[in-house]
Design a protein around this ligand. Sequence first.
Ligand code: PEP
Ligand code: MG
Length: 929
Amino acid sequence: MAKKAKAKKPAAKAKASKKMIYFFGKGKADGEGTMKGLLGGKGAGLAEMTNAGIPVPPGFTITTEVCTSFFENGKKLPAGFEENMMQYVKKLEDAENKKFGDAVSPLLVSVRSGAKFSMPGMMDTILNLGINDQTVQAVIKSTKNPRFAWDSYRRFIQMYSDVVMGVSKSKFEPLIDDRKKKKGIKYDVDFTAADFEEMVKEFKAFVKKSSGKDFPQDPIEQLKGARNAVFDSWMNDRAIYYRKSNGIPDDLGTAVNVQAMVFGNMGNDSGTGVGFTRNPATGERVFYGEYLLNAQGEDVVAGVRTPNPIANLGNDMPAVYKQLRDITSRLEKHYRDMQDFEFTIEKGKLYMLQTRSGKRTGPAAVRAAVEMVKEKLITKEEAILRVEPQQLDQLLHPVFIGKAKKDAKVIAKGINASPGAATGKAVFSADEAVEWVGRGEKVILVRLETSPDDIHGMDVAAGILTARGGATSHAAVVGRQMGKVCVVGCDALDIPHEDAKSFKVRDTNIEVKLGDWISIDGTTGEVLLGNVATEMPELKGEFGEFMEWVDAAKTLKVRANADIPRDAIVAKKYGAQGIGLCRTEHMFFAPERLPFMQEMILATDEAGRRKALEKLLPMQRSDFTGLFETMEGYGVTVRFLDPPLHEFLPNRESLMVELAKMEAKGSTKMEDENLKKSLDLIPGNASDLEKAKLLLNRVAELHEFNPMLGHRGCRLGITYPEISEMQTRAIIEAAIELNKKGKKIVPEIMVPLVGNVKEFQDQKKIIDATAQKVMAEKGAKVPYMVGTMIEVPRAAITADEIAAEAEFFSFGTNDLTQTTLGFSRDDAGKFTKVYIDKKIFLADPFQTLDQDGVGKLIKMAVSLGRSVKPKLKIGICGEHGGDPASVEFCDRAGLDYVSCSPYRVPIARLAAAHAAIKAKSAGKAKKAK
Ligand code: PEP
Ligand code: MG
């Protein structure tokens, strides 16, 4: 048996032969900064600083491999580990000239976790380890502060018992409260040294009673317990959850850092602080931070005492201040990035406890990156990679003032569909929004869900909030395109029906009524009560300069999705190189145009449809003229009408309800003012009741069970060719008009939802015939292109056939995701959260391209398409065109451009630059091999 058990553990043996512990101290470390995987971020940083001659309290790091082996072998340490650790304890004692448990010079250490990726506060840490009944006396002597010594001891007992012995920290609180009551005091600060001394006795007895074990006095036993507990904390619920939500693998393990304690609370020649080498909020190159004299690290962050600005240290301790500035400047130069550091001063001697790249806001990231290039610290390419594309959001939208948001009440959280901060009075219909804004109010449009006929309300609202819908639901797509702050799919909002005038927040007493102030954060998805103050982030000069570098680095072009000149102007301002998608249907939803569109839909024959289309023609032509003029010199892709027609008509259910009401009352008059207007669409003098019945009949005829897979896209133009004719005419006439004025326009006409080359051929024939006719009429010629969207799998699979006919492809990845995954884009919001939690998807596939599935179809279509037409122009115009990871994929897949909402253009430009730089360095690395 014994033999078998031994043979079973080759892994533990193999690991045992590797170096398990790395020492650092006295200017030399076994490890170095690149060893984050083995030593964890903290351990690698401590080694790197030690090697660079920076004063760091000595210590040793137990590797992450020991941790993984610990878990692989039923929580047993590798053979020989304990003996090995004792050698390092001895080394540490020698370096410090102190000894564990010594009555005169006791060694006290901290035991901290430290994984490859920072997991702040998730795992366990124990300070002041080594303190016991004997060494506490030595601490009293050296600090001349018995209160501090006893307080440290009782804290150590609490911390250690909680982490190692399973006696929860909170169980000690009643003992502390009893003592306060007995003494008639309110706060911990009122305890004396004698109180803490008595508490130590009381706590030890309590631990014995609760755990059945004595509180360990032997520092080595304490160390072993703490070490194993830190390993165990890798698998605590908090840490597991954190890793899950941050995509950190579970098998990396944590290192354990055992480091000599230094005390910042040994009098006024001691202190502690934290800081940054540049301002992390603005990026300005100033020494930034706070410190406290005669204090320990946690006092600075706990807010018990107000820390001083770091510049004051120059007066309190000029020499230490100078040394700190020198060291941190060196660290910044060494790491070539802004540093976030922690330090302690013990009796006038400075120690660095940690340094790492500092987290920063978007504006700070841009400014610091630009300035670091000017200081010759980094290259332009490195500067570009230092700013995450998503961070640019903060430079482009209003944001909540930090304090105002902190003071406000968050009542719900939905999907963060379109970023920025918006406040306004809650209104519950698009018409209300228009009316309220008309009288000078600011509103947030709250809807169960939005449909295209809410567009006028969305247009005037400061923000949009819906209870249903996913990231590519109508509200989200339109919200982003308009640059409107938008939170969707917020299912905590209980909106009982379409016409409700208030909502309740589920499981609370909170109710928001018409006219109540609310605020929404489109960056986080939060919904807040009240009018939370916002500010416009400053657009500094560095941003423009940075974006010039970005454009020089990228090869992928960035276009915008814009339907009207106003959006195109914004797109151009943000650097769009053309329009990748103009959704023509949005032009028909304006209140003055909708009746003509409805007339066309309700017409019973072709003649009737043509009559209505004639009225729409001049409107459509003027839209195109405006758009082409704004984007002169750039490509503009105009897509034919796409949505199912019933979207332009009154809602079937509302009509049914109104009819039922009229019939119940025996009335022939329609009460609902809005619906009543739509009865004008039925010609003749019949009563409201009769007209409502006729209208309902037609609406019912057009009703579809699966509208997204129904009569839409090119299927409309194929069944009603006169619609495609009108749209072609409007496009070609607009182009001729502008070309006559000397403006160079090459419209790109795009056919949606093609799955079969014959569908495309059908539409191309109509387009070409109409274009020739218009040109003959006008006696002028204009170049134009005809292409298609690739948004159903069959189109991707037969892309070679389609490419033989089409002059360009544009991937409609909203529909392509919907049709490939079989997920309804309007309903997927209901389950995507769970899918992400269960890691079935790592991200919402409607926001970040599903590269393994949809991405494969894209690659296939690119290669099939270009096998027929090597120079085929290919882009993407689904929402993924503004998502950084998807943009990088598009670059790798060989697309010519991405197209996204105007407000995402700078983000896409930066993502495209990241892609190009990464591809370049991957190419170099390959060559080098
Ligand atoms: C798409 O499907 O990706 C697309 C851009 O078209 P729409 O969102 O209008 O369906
Ligand atoms: Mg589509």
